[in-house]
Design a binder for this molecule. Structure first.
Ligand SMILES: [Zn+2]
Length: 471
């Protein structure tokens, strides 16, 4: 047996252990993990002396804007950014034009994704007007669903609670996870109007419009509906300490609920509104330091399962506006997560195995990809990132692959960097350079996705059940 590639001399990091060793790759898969001397002969050897070998990151929350907003990002530039950021699988959001709420829209997105450098899952939209499309979207190949309980870019209307419940009833029967933008639309809309009525256009008005209760209410309500229906849910971008209580309580009640936070909530605080102006506008908002501290505690105690990015690029002109209500929400992130968070690892704020768990194993498990992805095991996909924990650098917006590359982390110093990224055995980044020939290598994860057996509850009271009964 001759392996295609052996990565030797490095330190292997999994979600549970760190050890000296090598990885042998055959075709698209990991063939062996073990001692350098135990590796088979190989066509090629990569010397990883002084470097760390991690499973590639899985980012459960990116917006690649295509179709519809290709001046902000495309599947080509977005996945190139992922490759350069050590991210080997992304889950892409449905607030494109058209929104991914029908099979026809899904077909358009799958077509756009043919240019992907890295593997991907496509989110289907759960909205009030497409409940009759949800099962067709599953058949069409979505990997999960997204429900906007609060408005954000694209202004997709938040479904009323009745429609969310009906959507949960349908999806629970199939076992796919539903990711929630958990902010209460009505509270935010009223507050924004009130602030606008008194002339507030400054950046901090954005924070004032979205106090933590906006998220607390939505997380709690989503957890109640998930508990009732047996739907699996994921809370996107946890931004406040206050959301942690309903999240912990739901976990204790046995709700199948996972949660993510993002680097901007862990690394920025209210000073960003002064320092960055409208560039910092993101939903939910970056909050006061007290929330940041509670989020770090929740990262350490496991209440927050994952670190994702909410990669949400816009052009510089769209980000900068003297009227905060006119600045687009979100910013690029898929390429900067790993250098930023590994810098925290180097600083001792987060364990390296914990980092791997939160960025790779946990999302793989939540979305039914483990252990094909999110693991360095014989038989796993060879999705690997080789990182240098001693490579200092600066984040430079103009060097990012992302089209809408404005970032509040521009010029921030980093202490570590991904050096090589492999997706199913193929280099997509090598020696910090994008491998342009790998464009189109990315594939939908639906070919390997295996969610646990669905566990729907209260089936006798679903809308489908009660309307099927004849008196
Ligand atoms: Zn988002």
């Amino acid at each position: 047996m001759i392996a295609d590639l052996v990565i030797k001399g490095g330190t292997i990091v999994t979600d549970t252990a760190t050890f000296r060793g090598a990885v042998a790759i055959l075709g698209e898969s990991i063939f062996a993990v073990g001692d350098d001397a135990a590796m088979p002969p190989a066509r090629e050897t990569l010397d990883a002396t002084g470097l760390h070998v991690l499973p590639g990151a899985i980012d459960a929350h990116v917006h690649f804007r295509e179709p519809g907003y290709t001046h902000k990002e495309t599947w080509e530039t977005g996945t190139a950014s992922a490759a350069m950021g050590g991210v080997t699988t992304v889950f892409e959001m449905p607030n494109t034009k058209p929104p991914t709420g029908t099979v026809e829209a899904l077909e358009l997105k799958l077509k756009a994704a043919e240019k992907a450098y890295v593997d991907f899952g496509i989110y289907g939209l759960l909205a009030e007007d497409n409940l009759d499309q949800l099962e067709a979207l599953i058949d069409g190949g979505v990997a999960a669903f997204k429900c906007f309980m609060g408005n954000t870019f694209g202004n997709l209307p938040a479904p009323p609670t009745g429609a969310i419940l009906e959507g949960f009833e349908i999806i629970a029967r199939h076992g796919y996870r539903i990711s929630l933008h958990a902010e209460n639309a009505s509270i935010m809309a009223r507050r924004q109007l009130a602030l606008q009525a008194v002339g507030r256009v400054d950046p901090l008005a954005h924070l004032a419009a979205r106090p933590p209760v906006v998220a607390v209410e939505a997380v709690s309500r989503a957890a109640i509906l998930a508990e009732w229906t047996g739907a699996r849910i994921h809370i996107l971008h946890v931004s406040s300490g206050d959301e942690l209580r309903p999240l912990r309580e739901a976990k204790l009640r046995g709700v199948d609920i996972t949660a993510e936070t993002c680097p901007h909530y862990l690394l920025l605080d209210e000073h960003a509104y002064t320092d960055k102006g409208s560039l910092i506008r993101v939903n939910p908002p970056v909050r006061e330091k007290v929330h940041q501290d509670q989020l770090w505690a929740a990262v350490r105690d496991g209440t927050i399962d994952m670190i994702a990015t909410d990669h949400a690029p816009h052009t510089a002109a769209e980000k900068h506006n003297d009227d905060i209500w006119c600045a687009d929400c979100g910013f690029t992130g898929v390429e900067t997560q790993m250098p930023l968070m590994l810098t925290q690892v180097v600083a001792g704020r987060l364990g390296l195995t914990d980092y791997v768990r939160m960025t790779s194993a946990a999302p793989a498990k939540a979305f039914g990809l483990y252990p094909r992805k999110g693991a360095l095991l014989a038989g796993s996909d060879a999705d690997i990132v080789v990182v240098d924990l001693e490579r200092a650098g600066l984040i430079a917006s103009e060097l990012l692959q992302s089209k809408g590359s404005s970032t509040p982390f521009d010029n921030v110093a980093t202490a570590a960097a991904p050096i090589h990224t492999l997706v199913r055995g193929r280099f997509v980044m090598r020696d910090r350079a994008l491998v342009v020939e790998a464009r189109g290598h990315g594939r939908s994860v639906r070919r390997i996705q295996a969610m646990p057996t669905p566990a729907p509850r209260n089936m006798e009271t679903t809308t489908a059940a009660i309307t099927a009964k004849r008196p």
